[in-house]
Design a protein around this ligand. Structure first.
Ligand code: BGC
Length: 768
């Protein structure tokens, strides 16, 4: 059963009622982040029930020593992990001598959580009766400032309802934290220093091996009925990795007592002296105060929403879904720093190590390109350019390639591969293709060609060299083949001639070849610089071309489809609709060999190719391949439903498109894959955005212009979105009767609606 406790609401995620079995799932769903740090919605006070503690800092990771059953040559030595960072939110609370813990209260009522996505804050309120019969009303608000992105703020209010109470607040910062997913039960943090000064406490710790230094800080104020009390901490416990203050207050029945805690991190990635930086940032936050900081934070979110919001009328669950996705994407990555990237779980959990996957290039770039300044997408591309040397090293040292061939890692933090399952690390090589495709996609969308001569071409050459060397010649077929791979569908390993991989390999070579010619004509100096640097000869180029021109693609003439890989039709082709529900998700119910032998597909594979290279194929071909492959697809990757939603909309299968839309947009809210307690699926959220804009809106960029073929699910009254196209902001609003375009910009723009040109003048609305 899907979880259904999240209340439908346009702008908020709301949970009502306290259920210990939902705590971990809600900790994921109510996570907050500001691009620089983020955290699960853990309670501030001590909680003895089941919980998954998680606070994360962007760019801070630990290279956990690899653990595998059977070591295989070429495995990376470590798996980079996003670190569970020191805890700054903790506030132990004692009420009339009893430790307050929601898990041991005799009664909890009116429990409510709200994640207000419009304003970017998280609120929790409830009434509880402690074992000592004290009844309290609690209201806690927390936000991580977008403006001051090293700072978070907690306002924790307690009102004793039935008697006066002695309340002892014991706020702390604690670096004695561990990851749930350590390979060797090691601690990742080495405490360095603990410091206190008045109401301020600091714990400085550094990561073992990577030596990221982090000062975790707090500043506390105690208030009664909103007035500052100037109570000083009465006792202070300072351990080597933790500092805890204790504030005693006597609160009369009905009075509101509160603790305001400012906390956060200053890190050596950004500061030489992290303690001084922490002291300074506390002063800035204090000077602004809670109200002003919150106001600025709300204004910053308003600015983000102004550009990236998608409205849907007539379907509140669909509206909530898309806003949740857009909100989480912005909480995870704001594009300010090209050292950072987008982990599949963002700041909501540890799974996937917080590292960079092909998800960024294949799924996330379109969202960031269209809703932010083009520099943000350029930063994401630059991230890979900066890691090109490591990709070359990876291909050479781990896989025996030569001559500057580059294989980007499947999973990385700093450019080094850190995934260690042979079928993924060594075989899921299609990821290289998405990195080249993103360069093409960036130019297609932004028109900024300068990236290619400056940086992109070297990446394209390294990738083309890889495919040239990775393909082998089959005498039997008299064509080039690519053997022993895993395609996007991870439910098949070590297969030969995965259609998607062969196709993108050919495309990468052709695209690199074309760009070399174009740069040679238009940017001769860059051409000379690059060709000399990479020592590329005409002979090598010629060899590339013979691989791309003679690449083999498996197909079935009888069915009129491409084959996902050699031999796919030998499988027992029982469609998913005939598979008993009790057997799903198959990755949780079946042994791996059974999964591999089955025809079931985890995510778009042949269809991923149709998605990237849509105009290489006819609509009839798409339809035949879609009908065939979708019937075997179990969508057990979060990245799957969005591609299917886009294609179903194109094929006018609107009911299907809508069902896939709900599945992608509410994947976590409704917990389709029964794993939300591990964290949310952040990268696929960009796919949700695509399923509205590219799916229902039918947006494509062709020949430097925006094209639309708007459709609308029957369940909706209307929807609207904005696109930043080459510094002109175009708003598109679709209803069942018409599509309206309006432009914030200074020069007119021609868009195509179902291939018909429409001129949109600045600050005017045009109806199509
Ligand atoms: C998918 C991959 C994806 C990874 C991270 C896996 O389940 O199969 O394609 O890169 O998750 O999102």
């Amino acid at each position: 059963m899907n979880q259904d406790y999240i209340q439908p609401n346009d702008w908020s995620i709301i949970e009502e009622g306290f259920d210990v079995d939902r705590v971990k799932s809600s900790e994921s769903l109510f996570s907050i982040g500001n691009g620089a740090m983020g955290q699960r919605a853990n309670f501030e006070e001590n909680y003895s029930g089941h919980t998954f503690q998680g606070s994360y800092i962007a760019g801070i990771y630990y290279p956990d020593k690899t653990k595998v059953g059977w070591w295989k040559n070429g495995y990376p030595k470590y798996f980079a992990k996003v670190l569970n960072a020191p805890n700054w939110i903790g506030i132990d609370i004692e009420i009339n001598g009893e430790n307050f813990d929601l898990n041991s209260c005799t009664e909890v009522s009116n429990f409510r959580r709200e994640l207000n996505m419009k304003e970017g804050w998280y609120n929790r309120s409830f009434t509880a009766v402690l074992k000592n019969k004290t009844e309290i009303a609690v209201n806690v608000r927390r936000f991580l400032s977008i403006e001051l992105d090293e700072v978070g703020y907690i306002n924790y209010e307690i009102t004793p309802l039935n008697k006066d109470a002695k309340i002892v607040y014991k706020p702390y910062v604690d670096a004695g934290v561990t990851n749930e997913d350590t390979n060797w039960e090691e601690k990742f943090w080495e405490p360095l220093d603990v410091k206190k000064s008045g109401n301020e406490g600091f714990v400085t710790a550094q990561t073992f091996k990577t030596h990221f230094k982090v000062t975790t800080f707090m500043h506390n104020s105690i208030l009664t009925n909103g007035e500052l009390t100037h109570i000083s901490p009465s006792t202070i416990d300072a351990l080597s990795d933790k500092i805890q203050f204790s504030y005693d207050t006597i609160v009369a029945k009905g009075e509101k007592s509160s603790i305001q805690k400012i906390g956060g991190y200053t890190v050596s990635l950004n500061h030489e002296n992290t303690v001084t930086a922490a002291e300074k940032i506390i002063q800035v936050a204090l000077h602004k105060g809670y109200d002003q900081l919150l106001e600025e934070h709300i204004a910053a979110w308003a600015k983000i929403w102004e550009m990236s919001d998608i409205t849907i009328t007539g379907d509140v669950k669909a509206q909530q879904g898309i806003r949740f996705n857009i909100f989480q994407l912005n909480q995870t990555y704001l594009g300010k720093d090209s050292r950072l990237n987008i982990g599949p779980k963002g700041f909501t959990g540890e799974k996937y190590g917080g590292s960079t996957y092909w998800d960024t290039e294949a799924y996330c770039i379109p969202f960031y390109m269209a809703t932010k300044d083009q520099q943000v997408a350029r930063n994401l591309l630059t991230y890979r350019f900066n890691q090109l040397d490591k990709a070359i090293e990876n291909a050479k040292d781990n896989l025996g390639f030569k001559n500057g061939a580059a294989l980007y890692p499947m999973v990385t933090m700093n450019g080094e591969e850190c995934h260690n399952e042979w079928e993924i690390t060594h075989e899921e090589i299609h990821r290289n293709g998405a990195i080249a495709f993103a360069i093409f996609n960036y130019y297609r969308f932004t028109g900024d060609y300068s990236y290619i001569p400056e940086k992109g071409l070297e990446v394209l050459i390294g990738i083309a060299r890889f495919w040239h060397q990775r393909a082998s010649f089959s005498k039997e077929k008299d064509q080039y083949v690519i053997l022993g791979v895993t395609g996007p569908n991870e439910y098949e390993n070590n297969i030969n001639n995965n259609f998607y991989t062969n196709y993108i390999a050919k495309w990468c070579i052709d695209y690199a070849y074309e760009q070399i010619q174009k740069v040679s004509l238009e940017y001769p100096l860059d051409h000379k610089r690059i060709i000399e640097k990479v020592a590329l000869s005409e002979t090598e180029l010629h060899e590339w071309k013979s691989v791309s021109q003679n690449m083999y693609f498996p197909k079935s003439a009888e069915l009129g489809i491409y084959l996902q890989q050699d031999g796919f039709l030998d499988k027992d082709l029982v469609p998913v609709k005939d598979l008993d529900r009790s057997q799903r998700p198959i990755n949780q119910k079946w042994s791996w060999d059974r999964v591999l032998r089955s025809p079931y597909i985890k995510q778009a594979d042949v269809l991923q190719c149709f998605y990237f290279f849509e105009n290489h194929f006819s609509k009839e071909e798409l339809e035949r391949n879609f009908d065939f492959y979708e019937s075997f697809t179990v969508h057990e990757s979060s990245l799957s439903p969005c591609v299917h939603s886009i294609q179903a909309a194109k094929l006018d299968k609107m009911d299907m498109a809508y069902t896939f839309y709900l599945r992608t947009s509410r994947l976590d809210l409704d917990d389709y894959n029964k794993e939300v307690e591990e964290g949310c699926h952040i990268t696929s959220m960009a796919g949700t955005w695509m399923s509205i804009v590219e799916g229902f809106g039918g947006m494509r960029v062709k020949n430097d212009s925006l094209h639309f073929s708007p459709k609308i699910p029957k369940e909706w009254e209307g929807y609207s979105f904005k696109i930043n196209f080459r510094n002109q902001i175009l708003k598109i609003a679709v209803t069942h009767n018409e599509t309206q375009f309006s432009l914030e910009g200074d020069k007119e723009i021609t868009v195509f609606v179902n291939e018909k040109p429409i001129e949109v003048q600045p600050n005017q609305m045009v109806t199509a």
